[in-house]
Design a protein around this ligand. Structure first.
Ligand code: T5A
Length: 212
């Protein structure tokens, strides 16, 4: 029996990593076989690509077209090496970002054709279509306020895409809302604001509602 594939999407600082990990713990607490993945990354090849994408690790500016294909390449590897084998053995797969990120960041954000991004995604993911996509919706301002707090507390630096202009991130947020309206049967848009425990309760209700 095929397992269950859930993806978390949302703007920067919307709480995807926090909530994806909490969901993994809850499902594991029920004794389920659960695999957590993140994008870009999740495999050795993907983590190497992540380094290049996040901080220009190759030492030169990345062309926007190259960026699209690197995200797709990381995803193609993750799907074949991790996601499909896990789904085939009946596991739950929880992914922190997936193909919708390319549609909104490179399509709506960078301005590439959304339909082109969907075609590239289709090639990269094959049969790995999420059963449920949880869109954690927060305003751009509140997401960045969370990241600013983290940057200060942990003394980290902003990555390449976080440094994009505010208008870029507003387009990303709008892109997510458009995708959620386009595929209402797959997307669940949840309010990502408020305390993490409250958001976790919303996520859990949503997962139980969709998958019993
Ligand atoms: N990208 C990615 C593309 O452009 N195209 C693609 O195809 C893909 C896959 C990935 C970057 O790559 C881009 C998008 C991104 O710019 P990343 O480091 O993985 O980079 O960045 P994000 O996925 O955006 O991860 P972030 O860590 O920035 O945000 P999250 O995961 O949404 O948020 P999280 O859980 O890490 O929380 C952020 C901070 O807020 C706190 C947390 O403790 C943390 O400090 N927090 C809360 N604070 C208050 N209330 C709550 N409810 C909170 N929940 C979390």
């Amino acid at each position: 029996m095929r397992g269950t594939f859930i993806t978390f999407e949302g703007p920067e600082g919307s709480g995807k990593t926090t909530q994806a990990k909490r969901l993994v713990e809850r499902l594991q607490g029920e004794g389920r076989d659960v695999v957590y993945t993140r994008e870009p990354g999740g495999t050795k090849t993907g983590e190497a690509i992540r380094e290049i994408l996040q901080y220009d690790a190759a030492g030169e500016p990345i062309a926007d077209e190259c960026e699209v294909l690197l995200f797709a390449a990381s995803r193609a590897q993750l799907v074949r090496a991790v996601i499909l084998p896990a789904l085939e053995r009946g596991a739950w797969v929880i992914s922190d970002r997936f193909a919708d990120s390319t549609t909104v960041y490179q399509g709506y954000g960078r301005g590439f054709s959304v339909e082109d991004m969907l075609s590239i995604n289709a090639f990269a993911i094959g049969q790995a279509i999420p059963d449920l996509t949880i869109l954690l919706d927060v305003t751009v301002a509140s997401g960045f306020a969370r990241l600013a707090k983290r940057t200060k507390q942990q003394n980290t630096k902003k990555d390449r895409i976080e440094q994009e202009a505010r208008a870029f991130h507003e387009r990303v947020r709008q892109g997510y809302l458009d995708l959620a309206a386009r595929w209402p049967e797959r997307f669940q848009r949840l309010d990502g604001s408020g305390p993490a425990d409250d958001v976790e309760a919303r996520v859990w209700e949503c997962v139980q509602h969709v998958h019993g």
